[in-house]
Design a protein around this ligand. Structure first.
Ligand SMILES: [Ca+2]
Ligand SMILES: [Ca+2]
Ligand SMILES: [Ca+2]
Ligand SMILES: [Ca+2]
Length: 417
């Protein structure tokens, strides 16, 4: 993302104040009431640049300030003279060179002021504290942020140290420049996200497609991860990672079973992406509606007549029922029944009124959609007549199936099975 217009404006704004600050600095080195005595002062040898501490990786447009520092040194006698302020301290400059050679370069001074008083701040990338830790220790610092870069890419930086010009014509000594490459990193950009607005129960399998680019490496190869959050009532109910399918294109495949456990509602989709430096894209927000339908019961197999046993052992009876759900078997939470005896009461039965599809007796195959249950008639059964069994399935989204009502007769003539 190039922003040439903003860059042009900024560079013009930089140049004028810089000229002022540079000239002020150069000529402030020798105060008129404390002149340096040339014969007694050590000779002004060129400073050595001992170390340059500049982060080479910057986040494009980030306003966070970071400290850059440069340490210099000289022969001991000269260093002592500087620290005692017998000799004005050298100046240390950094120059950002324009990449196109057309815009002017930007030059600014690092300070050895111990982080002291607020400094004039002519550039919008410069903090008004130097971040320097110790005054006059020949380590110079400044805090800047990434707004020094007017566009993404590389920035050439030169470091210079030299003696200030003074009224007695001490010449300024310049070191050969050091050239650093400053990499500017931009966040990924989510360019598009394609999905259906409404996903009805049993929808056709569909693919969500996101296009995510990042200027740092061609073809979006700097993008590391694209993630989808599904949010309802402020809660994240799903967290999905998209798969990279081709250059810049990330996909996520949805089957109808995706909606298992999701109540019918509108959901917010929050799409995020990060690059290899964990730089986040501006999230992309969208809306999708999911429908979750109730389970459907069919194919009940149950006795019409049951009998009180003749002996001491209870008479067992099995029931089987098919339960289907467009969101898949995983959406079925429970299948149960309510028995009502001939007097209109729900019996105080010791057996739980649940069907199972876990393969537990009498269920033959787990997870095949056939739910099973066994109940028993005991020798002391006395409420003869017609029982009503009302069977219902419930899904994880809170839907209840239409119930199947089945009548079972318990005749008074007991004994047979
Ligand atoms: Ca210092
Ligand atoms: Ca990037
Ligand atoms: Ca369902
Ligand atoms: Ca089964």
């Amino acid at each position: 993302m190039n922003r040439p217009h903003r860059a042009d404006v900024r560079l013009v704004r930089w140049v004028v104040p810089f000229t002022v600050i540079l000239l002020t600095t150069l000529f402030a080195g020798c105060e008129s009431d404390d002149p340096v005595d040339p014969p007694s002062a050590p000779s002004l040898e060129a400073p050595q640049i001992d170390s340059v501490n500049v982060p080479t990786f910057w986040v494009y447009d980030s306003p966070d300030y970071r400290t850059i520092s440069v340490a210099i040194s000289f022969p001991p006698a000269l260093e002592a003279a500087v620290k005692q302020q017998d000799v004005p301290a050298p100046n240390v400059f950094i120059i950002f060179e324009s990449q196109d050679g057309i815009a002017p370069s930007v030059q600014f001074q690092l300070l050895d002021d111990g982080g002291g008083p607020t400094i004039p701040n002519p550039f919008d990338f410069m903090d008004n504290h130097s971040g320097d830790l110790v005054p006059l220790d020949l380590t110079y610092s400044l805090r800047i942020n990434a707004l020094f870069a007017s566009s993404e890419g590389e920035v050439t930086m030169r470091v210079m140290a030299g003696w200030p010009l003074s009224s007695d014509s001490t010449t300024m000594t310049m070191l050969p420049p050091e050239i650093l490459q400053v990499e500017i990193n931009s966040a990924p950009v989510i360019e598009s996200f394609v999905h259906s607005d409404s996903l009805y129960a049993g929808f056709e399998a569909e693919e969500w497609t996101a296009r995510v680019d990042d200027a740092d490496i061609p073809a979006g190869d700097a993008v590391e991860q694209v993630e989808v959050q599904l949010i309802r009532d402020g809660d994240t109910v799903r967290n999905l990672l998209m798969a990279k399918s081709s250059q810049r294109i990330w996909t996520f495949a949805l089957e109808p079973t995706f909606a298992a456990g999701l109540p019918t509602a509108e959901y917010t989709i929050n799409l995020t992406a990060i690059d290899r430096y964990d730089q986040p894209a501006t999230p992309y927000e969208s809306i999708v509606w999911f429908e979750n339908s109730a389970p459907i019961l069919s194919g009940l197999v149950a006795p019409d007549t049951v009998y009180r046993p003749e002996g001491d052992e209870p008479n067992p009876y099995n029931m089987f029922i098919n339960v289907a759900d467009l969101q898949g078997q995983g959406d079925i939470r429970r299948v149960d029944y309510i028995p009502v005896d001939p007097n209109g009461h729900i019996p105080d039965n010791l057996d739980p009124f649940f069907f199972n599809d876990l393969g537990d007796m009498p269920d033959e195959v787990a997870n095949d959609g056939i739910f099973s249950h066994q109940f028993a008639v005991y020798p002391d059964a006395s409420n003869f007549g017609t029982y009503t069994f009302t069977i219902t399935a419930h899904d994880r989204a809170g839907n209840d199936s239409e119930s199947i009502v089945h009548m079972i007769e318990l005749p008074s003539s007991g004994g047979k099975r």
